[in-house]
Design a protein around this ligand. Sequence first.
Ligand SMILES: [Fe+2]
Length: 212
Amino acid sequence: MKIKQSIEELFPTPLWILDVQPSDAAAFNARLKVEIEKIMARPKVPSGSNWQTPQDLHSRPEFAELAQLIEIAARSVSQFLGIEQHPMMITGCWANINPPGSYHPTHNHPNNYLSGVYYVAVPDAGSHLVFQDPRPLAMTPATTKPTRFTSNASLALPQPGRMVIFPSWLRHHVPSNEGTTERISIAFNLMFTNFAETMAAPRWKPSAGQAG
Ligand SMILES: [Fe+2]
């Protein structure tokens, strides 16, 4: 008896990876680094600690080019998802400096639809962004080869000039910086500009005689 097998992927969790051309990224990142340093006005960062700017970088003229890049990316994601009729806005945008030994514990980004990070500088040893399986009771059986169907975590590989966008509910962490140089990233959140006015009302049609 012959059997034909097909596989459907239910509830996929997308990650969007956008790379600025390397020829443009180097100069762009150098400009961003200068502006971030101006805001930080930091003494030497002690090993293992993190530094963050205020969360309003998107409204500062010095970061207009980055804000424009995020907005273009958000429109592209909206188009992919078929929700381009509901514009999104940046609700927060801040830079992180993580020297060797520093890490970000597990978290997600409440009250937003999409979140993302842009990499200005990546340590020489690399630096993963680790996403955790959101499914309850996930199992990780021993396998002959690891695949995304059986793993309980997934990595995004940062590189300078790369932007990663993901659903805000997806929990993630950044392991300790094992390199000898700093990781510099700019994180951001995106939310529908007029969520309550345009998206929150019930979309089902009441049937005749149905009580609320
Ligand atoms: Fe995050």
